[in-house]
Write a protein that binds this ligand. Structure first.
Ligand SMILES: NCc1[nH]cc(CCC(=O)O)c1CC(=O)O
Length: 309
């Protein structure tokens, strides 16, 4: 292959990620041309509606997957968080590079952290997962929808539209975005979205040439943790934006997975932990999901899902 065509969204974060993979590819394969094909997805076009209300799975990936299937691009670089648990037939996530931090981040122009926010503070996020966990910490705050690309969201904070916002730390680091006050939100106080901070390279199953070309980018521990988290999400049918968190860590060939489901006001949060061998991430994800469902998660999700179209 002479030219590698990478399909990507046009947001600054997506372009950073595609450029990052391009640079690694060029360095490993001198002589390989790398080209970006920028594709506008439904999630990019509809910017004024909370994600949970647009509905449907894969808002940020569907058009990109169609380009792969049509042979218009060779690979796609995704934020794994945005990739639905089930892939279309004929495609695979062949490569999971080393994961950036999965943590969320609190940002504010005036307040040092969540505890320092004044009563009734206006906090921006459009993630139901962030909403439920934040509400559990600060029942008094007002959570308001915050959509748009990461740079736009930080701009809205700095223009004074919110007292604070919560976004993914990985994205801030990649784009070099900052605010006067930043506080990392980490477990056990705050659990990240399934696969947050991880990238995935997707391509057609009938392209074994790409396995060889891209193999050097794969990071086994990241792949295993992401697989456990995605199996958890899949077992909950967590497609349309739902208050679900999942976080796995690997140590000494044992995966430790925590899964969480919460209601929208943060009154009920069900959290379960499980461990299993590195060779069976899917089994662990499914087992932790069953525990969460049995412990009250089923009831919570039954209340949340009808909200989604
Ligand atoms: N849904 C948008 C999105 N997709 C990936 C990231 C962050 C980077 C990552 O998780 O790899 C973000 C921004 C955010 O959630 O604040």
């Amino acid at each position: 292959m002479k030219t590698m065509r990478i399909a990507t969204r046009g947001s600054k974060l997506a372009l950073w990620q595609a450029d990052h993979i391009s640079a690694l590819l060029r360095a490993a394969h001198p002589g390989l041309d790398v080209e970006l094909c920028i594709i506008k997805t439904k999630g990019d076009k509809i910017l004024d509606v909370p994600l949970a209300r647009i509905g449907g799975k894969g808002l940020f990936v569907k058009e990109i997957e169609e380009a792969l299937l049509a042979g218009e691009a060779d690979i796609a670089v995704h934020s794994m968080k945005d990739v639905p648990a089930q892939l279309p037939a004929g495609l695979k996530l062949g490569i999971i590079p080393e994961r950036e931090t999965p943590a969320d981040c609190f940002l504010s122009a005036r307040y040092e952290n969540i505890a320092a926010l004044p009563a009734g503070a206006k906090v921006g996020t459009s993630s139901l997962r962030r909403q439920t966990q934040f509400a559990a910490l600060r029942r008094d705050a007002r959570i308001e929808s915050l959509r748009g690309n990461l740079d736009t969201r930080v701009d809205k904070l700095m223009r004074g539209e919110f007292d604070a916002i919560i976004v993914a730390m990985a994205g801030l680091r990649r784009l070099g975005l900052t605010a006067p006050y930043m506080a990392e939100l980490t477990p056990p106080e705050f659990y990240p979205a399934v696969a947050q901070g991880a990238l995935g390279i997707e391509y057609r199953e009938d392209r074994p040439d790409l396995d060889d070309l891209l193999g050097f980018l794969d990071h086994a521990p990241s792949r295993i943790c992401v697989a456990a988290e995605r199996a958890f999400l899949f077992a909950l049918d967590g497609g349309c934006q739902v208050p679900i968190a999942g976080f796995a860590e690997l140590s000494d060939d044992i995966i430790h997975l925590t899964g969480l489901v919460g209601d929208l006001c943060g009154e009920r949060i069900i959290r379960k932990q499980g461990s299993g061998p590195a060779g069976s991430p899917a089994e662990l994800g499914a087992a932790v999901a069953q525990e969460v469902l049995a412990a009250g998660g089923r009831e919570i999700l039954a209340q949340v899902y009808p909200v989604c179209p």
